[in-house]
Design a protein around this ligand. Sequence first.
Ligand code: SF4
Ligand code: SF4
Length: 370
Amino acid sequence: MQKRPFGATGLNTSILGFGGFHLLEIPASEAKWLLDRYLDAGGNYIETAAAYGDGESERKIGLAVAGRRNEFILTTKSGERSAQGFEANLARSLANLKTDHVDLVLMHAVGSGAELDLILGPGGAMEAAVRAKKEGRVRHIGISMHGQPDVLIRAMKEYPFEAVMTTINYYDHFNFPEIQDALVPLAREKNAAVILMKPVGDGLLWRSAPAAFRYAFSQPVSIVVAGINNREMLEADLRFAEDFTPMSESEIEALYSKAPELGNYVCRQCGACLVCPEKIPLTDIFRLEGWFDRQMADGTVTNASDWALKERLRFWFGNRDLASARYAELAVKGDACTECGKCNPTCPYGIDVRRKLSLADYKLAGRGIY
Ligand code: SF4
Ligand code: SF4
């Protein structure tokens, strides 16, 4: 399996990483089979978190592969924000994982500036992490968050994190464009490793897994981490990694244009509809809709299982409230629409712009009906 430099750490990681969250869903014996197979196939990066099953994912990994500890790079995460909490969390993680050190610890799911202030401030988690690094219990320190990247961008500017973990896939590309436009270039400029998570959009892109993985591996990232909980999925993911060839710009554009999950609802942010006589900022509003629910509620139920999946996957980590707050600050909102219809024929992706605006306004303004 191809390997890439992991930022400036001196480590080289296989392009496919094993995400440990979904080990919660399977017995320890099956977790061992999967982890052994992944390592035998050339994978060398296993990731978990103290919070996954309150340590259960870590314990399963420790039971399965502690005897092969020198064959892989091991990452865990801590959601603690204080030095004391982080220290206790790390001690438990090392015991769970049956090891004396992790290669990387990530400050887990840092979703607000206030949390970042706690981590970096006096008595914060970073104090304990730096101490653990000096003692060799942690080799490198990074940070993670799902969805919109404001806090991660600020974090990368304020502290020399060695790795950053973020959501990237061809669906969320349009929900959180700043990840690829701003966060990834900033991380690369600072020589930090970029860890890509959610290559198949929490499962939304399951129909298109070969394209979704090829897109993910084509990004300027160190590694693509995929949650794995069965043999068929592992074998497919290994095959995608082994067969990987980078996508060309035209192949990526074709995917953005034709991917079934984007269809005629997800706004590609092209700006062609900005002809509104009322100066309604359509692209901004649709971007906020992406934060709000990842543009998953499109007002139709054509396929019950698809609808149920989307219901499960929308509303993430406080992004809904943030989107509503930003929408409230807009000088011109969806309720300024006179339904003149000028925007509709302009969309190259066949989006019913006027209807989409009505839905976005309903969501973001918390209206009772659309
Ligand atoms: S239909 Fe509404 S959003 Fe579209 S151009 Fe007319 S006023 Fe603007
Ligand atoms: S024309 Fe369509 S894709 Fe382009 S910004 Fe408007 S709604 Fe989005």
